[in-house]
Design a protein around this ligand. Structure first.
Ligand code: GCU
Length: 416
């Protein structure tokens, strides 16, 4: 009897370990069938733009909201803007720098955030703009000592944490290059919108919405939904800015912010270009490949990112009614760009590429160009159709090379 119990215990341990083992071996990717992009929930084939826009697109948006990212409430939260600083002469006079305080309020409670913007001085007319969150505060994106610290930063980082240092992620924000190419850039610390720790939800904008915290429903939004919502609020502000061409707004998100950028881009059509940099699981990568990070792993490590319903698919990735090629297709006919890094296996570069590839049928429905081959391109050979893709050498990061590709892609679609 003891032996049998011992054997069962051993089997349970082996099974649990096998479930949590990360697969980095292409030959172990299971055979999978992707959910059909162009077949409605009722089994009907989608053959026209009208059917896509009226039937299939709303169905997919609803599935992503109810099963993955959570529903974004319809309630409107009051937002006011206060110009904190304006310097018409930054970067040797080639740009204007602005810092703007956003105050989100429901009448009882307020949350504050700071947007940092650089606008090129040379162009006389309106300019296109890149919007994107930073991870370590606006102060981490440049050495400029006039940049203010985010109000929430003291909540997420201890006083002696190295992230208080200025400029530590300036490599991810090549402002000079962006300005020289004639683009404005607007960034905010993502912690301002939802401080990235499950126990800090009370300090997130979610806490301002009616019903919080009583109604934590299984399909309710969490951090990724909140970050996506916040980037739309940045667009609201940019639309008030005379120098900004609000028909030419691109969003760029790295990693967890790549996930949020795709979700924001799927929901908000004011983003005309959507860029996912190394976004991985829950971003551009196909769940069904189960390569690198999986649903079970991401839900365990980041329980505050996705809606509760998403946990039903832990170790059952293939049961999710959607996959990420459908999220990318929701951006059509607007332009989308997916980027990977060769050594970033955790994010499954091939899975990121394949979802960009499999989004093609919807782009083709619009008469647009998509990715022709399911063979991943060579390093540093970007594809620049209406869907773009590149894989570069190196690790999980945002590099100058990535930005060069995004600027080329934006030139192609915004400047012609
Ligand atoms: C972790 C997480 C990823 C995420 C990444 C990041 O590695 O597992 O899903 O993309 O952090 O945001 O840098």
């Amino acid at each position: 009897m003891k032996k049998i119990i011992g054997l069962i215990a051993w089997l349970v341990v082996v099974c649990l370990c096998a479930q949590n083992e990360v697969n980095y071996n292409e030959s172990k990717v299971p055979a999978y069938i992707l959910p059909d992009l162009l077949e409605g929930n009722n089994g009907e084939k989608i053959t026209s733009i009208e059917q896509w826009e009226k039937q299939r697109r709303p169905e997919l948006l609803e599935l992503f909201a109810s099963q993955v990212y959570g529903q974004t409430p319809d309630a409107k939260i009051d937002v006011t803007y206060e110009l904190l600083t304006e310097d018409p002469n930054v970067m040797d006079g080639k740009a204007t720098g602005k810092q703007v305080k956003f105050t989100f309020s429901n009448g009882n409670k307020k949350i504050e955030a700071i947007l940092l913007m650089y606008i090129p001085n040379k162009p006389t007319g309106k300019v296109p703009v890149f919007v994107g969150y930073n991870f370590k505060g606006n102060h981490s994106t440049t050495l400029d000592t006039t940049i203010l610290y985010s109000p929430v930063f003291q909540l997420v980082k201890e006083p002696d944490h190295p992230d208080w240092e200025r400029g530590i992620q300036s490599n991810r924000w090549c402002y000079d290059k962006i300005i020289d190419r004639g683009y404005a850039v607007a960034t905010m610390c993502y912690h301002d919108i939802f401080p990235d720790k499950p126990e800090l939800k009370d300090h997130s904008i979610i806490s301002l919405f009616p019903g919080y915290p009583e109604t934590i429903a299984p399909g309710e939004w969490q951090a990724i939904g909140a970050w996506a919502w916040g980037s739309s609020r940045i667009v609201d502000f940019l639309e008030t800015q005379e120098k900004i061409d609000s028909d030419k707004i691109a969003i760029m998100g790295h990693s967890r912010q790549g996930k949020a950028a795709l979700w924001a881009g799927a929901r908000d059509e004011r983003f005309r270009i959507v860029i996912s940099n190394d976004s991985g699981c829950g971003g551009a990568a196909l769940f069904r490949r189960k390569f690198g990070e999986t649903i079970a792993v991401i839900n365990k490590n980041f329980p505050h990112w996705f809606c509760e319903n998403f946990r039903q698919y832990n170790d059952r990735d293939e049961m999710l009614p959607v996959d990420q090629h459908q999220l990318i297709a929701l951006i059509a006919p607007r332009k989308v760009y997916v980027a990977s890094a060769e050594e970033d296996l955790w994010a499954d570069p091939r899975g990121e590429f394949l979802s960009a590839y499999h989004a093609g049928p919807v782009y083709r429905l619009y008469g647009l160009t998509a990715i022709d081959s399911d063979k991943i391109p060579q390093l540093h050979k970007p594809i620049m159709e209406d869907i773009g893709y590149h894989i570069r050498a190196g690790e999980h990061d945002v590099t100058e090379y990535d930005w060069e590709c995004y600027l080329d892609f934006a030139d192609k679609h915004f400047k012609n």
